[in-house]
Write a protein that binds this ligand. Structure first.
Ligand code: BGP
Length: 479
């Protein structure tokens, strides 16, 4: 492996940690008074086969999310391992359906609230600060069946009620919050799975999916800005961030049309954070809405809310960069035909590995928004092999993370980017959001379980475990 020598440390108080999401590891899908959630009706898929939305539940098809890695019962053991690595923070999400099983009740489920209270206490016991996403690709299924998911304005009230309960109960334990995970993911509105997991949308046969996505996103943005205001009223110290999937989009060549095309693709993907940070829609998008003759419910009062509830920081995931090439159209909804970048390599799942793109992204976001940034996801999904003596030699993961941390270091120390922390994704192996599989692994901690639920669920330290512990111990000076 190429030696990386940059002995500079990160700023004091830099938040090193790891990230997960409730439905990808908790299991206990029907325990503790939890209601059924959209992901409970999302089947196991694979690299080739997209996950399916179902109306009933069958064990063989649905166990990955239903069982997770049994974090619901085993979290003390797992948090202890995080502490052993020296985590300063731990990002997780709250399963909305544990708190409001149907989503539209007046009174929350005490047992669900208690679970997260205990989990946060367990983290704090080791000096690990919980970082919380309110909704990470899930919501009670009842809200989809009764209300049609985020196509319905009533969802704003249900969400803010949920947010308020969480802020009130946990504000002394949780300082950093995010509202919607990867809110900009749904620009891929042709993908049914994305519309479903991001917004609980199951489009009708001839429905205009693009319009539907914009409507749902608008209600989410209003709900998000109301949540920011509620948080600040409850406790002015709370920091509420947006959470975007950051994938910079490069032009394939320096041909002016390629560059223009890439710019347009960036606008299409990042207007969500424009609204969350600046408090208003970009001009190009309002113009686009009217040219497309979309029939959108966006009121004057909504626009005031957006302005009043701008975010405090930007949470971002970073896995890859994209590349586009000009074709013969320049419409916003078409400006994301992706081509492969000849200068980078891909993961087994076709994700373009681009550490320099992380430095580029941090600078781009810093210039555009002038807010603190928090990398709340980054990592390599790979198939790991367990050796006979129960070891996992994941040097490929170490290489990936090392190269990304190095670029992050340059962004902070050379370029002056204000970065709060870094929580690599899936710090313990968990269920893949994209495929529902266990075999696409990200963790420093191996969980003995296959795609079909076989295995002991025993936890093992991978080689990357010790490596990351050392990175944290030296505050990033030794990678
Ligand atoms: C992000 C999601 C996560 C996570 C990650 C990796 O988009 O926020 O939930 O799963 O991607 O994706 P996958 O699990 O499909 O490999």
């Amino acid at each position: 492996m190429k030696k990386i020598v940059d002995k500079r440390a990160f700023p004091k108080d830099f938040l090193w940690g790891g990230a997960v999401a409730a439905h990808q590891l908790e299991g206990g899908y029907d325990e503790g008074g939890k209601g059924l959630s959209i992901v409970d009706f999302f089947t196991l898929g694979s690299r080739e086969q997209p996950r399916k939305i179902t109306s009933t539940i069958e064990k063989e098809q649905h166990y990955p999310n239903h069982e997770g890695i049994n974090f619901y019962h085993r979290y003390p053991e797992d948090v202890k391992l995080f502490a052993e690595m020296g985590f300063k923070c731990f990002r997780t999400s709250i399963a909305w359906s544990r708190i409001f099983p149907n989503g539209d009740e007046e009174v929350p489920n005490e047992e669900g609230l208690q679970f997260y209270d205990d989990l946060f206490d367990e983290c704090l016991k080791y000096g690990i600060e919980p970082v919380v996403t309110l909704t990470h690709f899930e919501m009670p299924i009842h809200l989809v069946r009764e209300y049609g998911g985020w196509r319905n304005r009533q969802l704003i009230d249900f969400f803010t009620r949920f947010a308020k309960v969480c802020f009130e109960l946990y504000h002394q334990k949780v300082h950093y919050w995010m509202t919607f995970n990867e809110i900009n993911n749904q620009t891929k509105f042709e993908d049914e799975g994305v519309l479903y997991t991001n917004s609980g949308l199951i489009p009708e046969k001839d429905e205009n999916r693009e319009q539907l996505m914009y409507q749902a996103a608008h209600y989410e943005l209003v709900a998000s800005s109301q949540a920011v205001q509620i948080a600040h009223q409850i406790d002015p110290k709370l920091q509420v961030g947006s959470m975007i999937a950051m994938c910079p989009i490069y032009p394939l060549t320096s041909k002016p049309n390629d560059i223009l095309f890439a710019q347009r693709a960036m606008q299409t993907r990042y207007w969500f954070s424009d609204v969350q940070v600046q408090g208003f829609y970009p001009e190009w998008l309002l113009d686009y809405f009217s040219k497309q003759k979309f029939d959108l419910d966006i009121t004057e009062a909504d626009l005031q809310e957006l302005l009043a509830g701008t975010v405090d920081y930007i949470g971002l995931s970073y896995y890859m960069s994209f590349t586009v090439e000009y074709t013969d159209h320049l419409n916003y909804n078409e400006a994301h035909d992706l081509v492969s970048n000849p200068y980078v390599v891909e993961t087994d799942w076709g994700w373009q590995i681009d550490p320099v793109g992380l430095r580029y992204s941090l600078n781009w976001l810093n210039d555009r928004y002038h807010l603190p940034l928090f990398i709340v996801e980054n990592g390599l999904g790979a198939v790991d092999q367990k050796t006979k003596d129960n070891k996992i030699h994941d040097d490929y993961r170490i290489k990936y993370l090392k190269e990304h941390i190095l670029q992050m270091k340059k962004a902070v120390l050379d370029d002056g980017v204000d970065l709060i922390g870094y929580t690599p994704w899936g710090c313990i192996d968990l269920v893949s959001a994209g495929t529902g599989q266990m075999s696409k692994r990200y963790g420093f901690i191996y969980v003995d379980q296959d795609d079909y639920g076989n295995g002991s669920k025993e936890r093992l330290r991978k080689d990357s475990f010790d490596w990351y512990a050392h990175v944290i111990e030296t505050n990033g000076a030794e990678l």
